[in-house]
Design a protein around this ligand. Structure first.
Ligand code: NAP
Length: 284
């Protein structure tokens, strides 16, 4: 029978461990995350609220810096500079996407790499690819944590990553490679996706296409990691994998309560990592 990989339960364990670590802190200052939100996109507002709430749950301090949608690039960079210089702030994240008139690449470049808890600064992206210590982006980090928690062996396995975004596809492919998997990356120009999905031992579906993966396109015993988040016609959350695939899998992540909760837990972990680094620096 297929085993459900319970991201909610694992994320609760991770959060409990972080909460215990925060309670043990003897320094006068607690870890602090700054979340930057530009504009009033409802989805972004919900994501920011859930990140702030998660911080509160574990005792990490947080501050939301909310700016009008018409903020200029310069004004946003000035705000980031202030956060970079603020020694009480350990982690900074800018909620994406930004309004079209803002240059996201330049914004990412202007977050201090030491506070870049999303792992999007080019220096941190480079470090990941060079297998150096860095901030690993939260969603891919959460996927690896889930796979390890269920003792799924990746060594030599044929892993198919569907999607090549900077946020998910590229970093997860790199991390899987680091785990000695044989990694194939598919994208919208891939000619014969079905042939690849049928051959894969593990599929990481991050295409953002609802129910892209169907039972007749996978092999029995496959591990299904579903990153996609969609609302079906009944308003229910679902993923890139059709739930009818689950019975054919050995392991699968559900949507919701699979990869999603792990993402937030890993953001908190990255914030703790930033705090510990910052505290250490000031000790020297
Ligand atoms: P994205 O930036 O839109 O990237 C989607 C990727 O999938 C692109 O590389 C695209 O190819 C590829 N693709 C699109 N249609 C395809 C198809 N039919 N066949 C094969 N590849 C296809 O999306 P993202 O930010 O990576 O997010 C992907 C999904 O994960 C979304 O549903 C998003 O909501 C969800 N997500 C969930 C979490 C979480 O915490 N659970 C976190 C982040 C994202 P091209 O490069 O050729 O365009």
């Amino acid at each position: 029978m297929a085993i459900l990989m319970d991201g909610k339960a694992l994320s609760d364990q991770v959060k409990a461990a972080i909460q215990a670590d925060v309670l043990k802190i003897t320094e006068t200052r607690k870890p602090k995350l700054a979340v930057v939100l530009v504009g009033d996109d409802p989805a972004s507002q919900i994501y920011v609220q859930s990140k702030i709430k998660a911080c509160q749950q574990v005792g990490i301090e947080s501050v939301a810096k909310v700016f009008d949608a018409d903020i200029t690039q310069i004004e946003l960079l000035v705000a980031l500079k202030r956060l970079n210089q603020d020694t009480t702030v350990d982690g900074i994240l800018v909620q994406l996407p930004l309004p079209k008139h803002l240059d996201e690449q330049e914004v990412m470049l202007n977050i201090s790499p030491e506070k870049d808890v999303d792992g999007f600064h080019p220096l941190n992206v480079g470090r990941l690819h060079l297998r150096q210590a860095t901030f690993v982006p939260a969603t891919p980090k959460g996927i690896i944590a889930l796979i390890k928690a269920y003792n799924i062996d990746l060594e030599g396995k044929d892993v198919l990553v569907i999607g090549r975004s900077n946020l998910v596809g590229r970093p997860i492919a790199q991390l899987l490679l680091n785990e000695n998997a044989t990694v194939t990356i598919a994208h919208s120009r891939t000619q014969d996706l079905k042939q690849l999905t049928k051959a894969a031992d593990v599929i990481v579906a991050a295409a953002g296409v609802m129910h892209l993966i169907q039972p007749d396109t996978i092999k029995a015993g496959v591990v299904l990691i579903d990153v996609g988040i969609h609302r079906d016609s009944n308003g229910k959350l679902t993923g890139d994998v059709a739930p009818s695939c689950y019975e054919k899998a050995s392991y699968y992540t559900p949507v919701p309560k699979g990869v999603g909760p792990m993402t937030i837990a890993m953001l908190l972990k990255n914030t703790m990592q930033a705090y510990q680094r910052q505290v250490k620096q000031h000790e020297v």
